[in-house]
Design a protein. Structure first.
Ligand code: FAD
Length: 459
């Protein structure tokens, strides 16, 4: 790679090229997880499809390591790479809603907050995650679990098609009718198959939910977990609720007597008719009076961004995850031991329900193999202070080690760091792995796109 080839790339990019000598370099290479610090050679800011094609061709022709970055939220920082080229889609944040067809087109660099902002005035919503600053691309390509999973399925279950740039620089559309193998693969197979420049989603009639957190004292967590495991799996589809161990933040809107207390809770989201909500919540409130009940009517975008102010970019994060079929009494005992030892105010453990609509999709209909699991568990050690890195990492590892014997062999790929290894990726895709490898061989035979939870091309 010569200076003149770099200059040619730079001249052709509408979004701009950032190199280590540029003043914006350190800002541009930052990702959400401050535990990650990688130094790419080049960052191609892509403003449009033409920029993406130029960047992909440049990486291939110059045999550069390449990573794809959208929202920058990936746990293991897989949007950036050392010494390679970052294809950064963050300028492509457009969203277009078709209220008649109830569909949404989102640019490859859009954040979920952009989608919620655009869809809400039409009384529509696309199922996504629980933090609005997460990228549409990374979350969708890995699966997408959130407040609407039980009602509407995973994000990929609402993905109608994508436009993308392949490793050979070709621009293609993938839908159920066109490039259907690629369409199958991108619904869970991550960034392995090319750079997605736009997503087409089905949207749902969702405007105002009856939702929010409900907390109980940590001493009650055995009872809460035992009640929760049977309640949520029998609950109607329009009621979602993820379980959490957490520390109450020391500030409003939380009452002072609960500040800094370790607690357990469920973050509910009911999308049914508001007039029925009190009735739906009667058995929940009747199970045991919560120490804090913040559940009530809330516009969907407010729920989606409820935790944004707590989890700002730049914290240290260490992630461990698993799929869970059953929450046995033994598993609950271990959860309570480790959940009661949250090492910092930001650290948490979530159990996201993935039954309901998500479980009605066949295990081979998309790469997401664990359609029979009931929960996606994630343990995250989080803190602003880099000197607590070991403390949060050790806690997450110990917690996971204690729970893994009660969990499935695989995990949701979007809840994993970059260090889990090939066997774990294989376990996470289960019986779908071989098909993914074949499709990888067809569309990316040289594994150009390998900075991800990598699926190597079949031999
Ligand atoms: C605070 C926080 C909350 C989260 N909450 C949820 C949640 O509720 N539900 C959930 O399901 N997940 C959640 N996640 C996990 C999230 O889904 C992953 O971190 C995901 O990778 C983030 O996508 P991104 O675009 O922001 O990340 P990036 O780091 O930009 O990208 C991640 C990876 O995705 C691929 N990729 C990104 N853009 C493209 C593209 N345009 N084309 C092809 N490949 C691409 C690449 O392989 C890249 O390495 C959360 C993460 C964080 C940090």
């Amino acid at each position: 790679m010569t200076e003149s080839t770099v200059a040619t790339l730079k001249a052709g990019l509408r979004g701009g090229l950032i190199t280590p000598s540029d003043s914006g370099y350190d800002e541009a290479r930052k990702v959400y997880n401050a535990m990650i610090s990688r130094r790419p050679q080049l960052i191609a800011r892509c403003a449009d499809v033409a920029d993406v094609i130029a960047a992909v061709n440049f990486a291939r022709e110059n045999k550069m390591l390449v990573s794809i970055r959208s929202g920058g939220h990936n746990a293991g920082g897989l949007g950036v790479c050392d010494d390679g080229l970052v294809i950064d889609l963050s300028p492509m944040r457009y969203v277009r809603v078709d209220p008649k067809k109830k569909t949404v087109i989102a640019g490859g660099g859009a954040l979920w907050g952009d989608v919620d902002h655009a869809t809400h005035p039409f009384g529509l919503a696309v199922p996504s995650g629980i933090i609005s600053t997460t990228g549409v691309a990374g979350l969708t390509l890995g699966g997408g679990i959130g407040h609407l999973t039980r009602q509407c399925g995973l994000t990929i279950d609402n993905l109608l098609g994508v436009e993308m740039v392949l490793a050979n620089g070709k621009f293609v559309t993938a839908t159920a009718k066109e490039n259907s193998d690629l369409y199958w693969a991108v619904r869970g197979g991550g960034g392995n198959f090319g750079v997605v420049t736009s997503f087409l989603f089905k949207a749902h009639d969702i405007h105002t939910n009856y939702a929010g957190p409900m907390l109980w004292h940590i001493e009650e967590s055995v009872d809460v977990l035992k009640w929760y495991r049977s309640f949520i799996t029998k609950a109607p589809r329009d009621l979602n609720g993820f379980f959490a161990f957490l520390v109450v933040p020391p500030g409003p809107p939380f009452p002072e007597h609960l500040h800094n207390k370790k607690m357990c809770g469920v973050v509910w989201c009911y999308t049914g008719p508001l007039k029925k909500a009190e009735k739906v919540f009667k058995p929940i409130r009747g199970f045991r009076k919560p120490a804090l009940d913040m559940v009530g009517p809330i516009p969907h975008p407010m729920l989606q961004s409820m935790f944004d102010a707590l989890y700002v970019p730049g914290l240290q994060w260490y992630w461990k995850a698993d799929f869970v079929h059953e929450l046995s009494d033994e598993a609950i005992t271990q959860h309570v031991v480790h959940g009661s030892r949250l090492p910092t105010m930001f650290s948490t453990m979530h159990l996201y329900p993935i039954d309901g609509a998500a479980s009605r999709v066949k295990a081979n209909a998309t790469p997401w193999a664990y359609r029979d699991a009931k929960w996606s568990e994630v343990i995250v050690g989080v803190d602003p202070d880099p000197s607590n890195k070991e403390k949060i990492t050790n806690w997450a590892k110990e917690y996971w080690n204690a729970l893994h014997p009660y969990s499935a062999p695989g995990a949701y790929v979007n809840f994993m760091m970059d260090t889990e290894g090939e066997d774990r990726v294989k376990a996470s895709y289960g019986k779908n792995f071989a098909r993914l490898q074949k499709i990888k061989k067809k569309f990316d035979p040289t594994n150009l796109f390998r900075v991800n939870q990598n699926i190597k091309p079949s031999k």
